[in-house]
Ligand binder design. Structure first.
Ligand code: ZN
Ligand code: ZN
Length: 319
């Protein structure tokens, strides 16, 4: 990473010039609003009021297959050659988790109970899918705002389950494995210790989690949330841990929401491939990437990001 201090902005300079438009709690043409369930595929699961019918209003968290799924659930997993190249049908699961019936809420301003239920659904669905044959890794993510790749305002996150471990993730795993082989300790466990001692990048710490902005962060306000207890696979977490994560995530999202006026962001839940869920070398975590700057040619060409903010200062600002 390049931290461009001569271009560095003060944390408060990242507030947008124009405020986002206030939207109402219900939008009749939103496919995710209650009453419009017929516009989505049939639900896989929901938390709903006793006595209400599937695919009808009465739910407060709802999950269903993505209508425009990038992947198909029933195809052959055979690689075929096309000359020099190899290809395979697009197998996998792509699901949408509607986090609230209310159109204008987001994780930062929902009540805690609601955010907890969202994380309990993540956990439940993760565990169910990890038992399925051919699923190798599950990625849970959230896109918020146009700069993060979504025009849908209604609060939702997504889950994609893949039949292979992508190169990008394999690289992360290999680096973590290399550190483990050299030091005999998980790199993430060591990073937690370092951040706890240094303190300046830590935003928040609870009994089970620590949230900090990583050293030489990729983008302004990049934030990681790590469980303090070593654990490679998200599927291993207890109900209490899921609730503990909900608390920390809601808190961080709430601060981003109020201090940076609801910035666009992506968050990704990084976890080990299913078969490596109990390994010593990897550690699941949540990465929040606010979209306050736009990666351009240099970032794409080099993989090196120019960050104009110092994580030590932006962490302080959120603290
Ligand atoms: Zn809606
Ligand atoms: Zn660890």
């Amino acid at each position: 990473m390049i931290i461009a201090t001569e271009r560095a902005k003060r944390p408060s300079d990242f507030q947008p010039k124009e405020k986002k438009k206030i939207v109402s709690a219900f939008e009749s043409d939103c496919p995710f609003c209650p009453g419009n369930e017929h516009n989505t595929p049939s639900e896989i699961f929901s938390y709903r009021k006793f006595g209400t019918e599937k695919d009808k209003p009465g739910w407060w968290v709802r999950i269903f297959p993505n209508k425009f799924s990038a992947l198909a659930p029933e195809v052959e997993l055979t690689r075929v050659s096309e000359g020099f190249f190899k290809k395979m049908d697009g197998y996998g699961k792509h699901e949408v988790i509607i986090e609230s019936p209310e159109h204008n809420l987001t994780l930062g301003n929902m009540n805690l109970k609601q955010v907890e239920e969202v994380f309990l659904v993540y956990r439940q669905r993760y565990v169910e899918l990890s038992l399925e044959k051919n699923i190798k890794i599950i990625i849970i993510f959230r896109n918020h705002g146009l700069a993060a790749g979504t025009s849908l305002i209604h609060p939702h996150s997504q889950l994609i389950a893949l039949p292979l471990v992508p190169t990008h993730i394999r690289h992360l795993l290999e680096e973590a494995m290399r550190y483990y082989d050299d030091h005999g300790v998980c790199v993430f466990c060591d990073m937690i210790k370092e951040e706890q001692e240094f303190k300046k990048r830590v935003i928040l710490e609870t009994e089970s989690f620590v949230a900090f902005q990583p050293f030489a962060s990729k983008v302004p306000f990049e934030t990681w949330i790590l469980p303090k207890k070593h654990n490679a696979g998200f599927g291993n977490i207890s109900v209490e841990e899921a609730k503990g994560l909900a608390f920390v995530l809601k808190e961080i999202m709430g601060r981003l929401y109020s201090k940076l006026s609801d910035p666009d962001y992506n968050f990704v839940l990084h976890t080990a491939p299913i078969k490596d869920s109990n390994e010593d070398y990897y550690h699941w975590y949540v990465q929040i990437l606010p979209r306050l700057t736009t990666p351009a040619g240099f970032e794409l060409g080099s993989g090196v990001y120019i960050n104009t903010a110092l994580p030590e200062e932006t962490a302080e600002f959120l603290k």
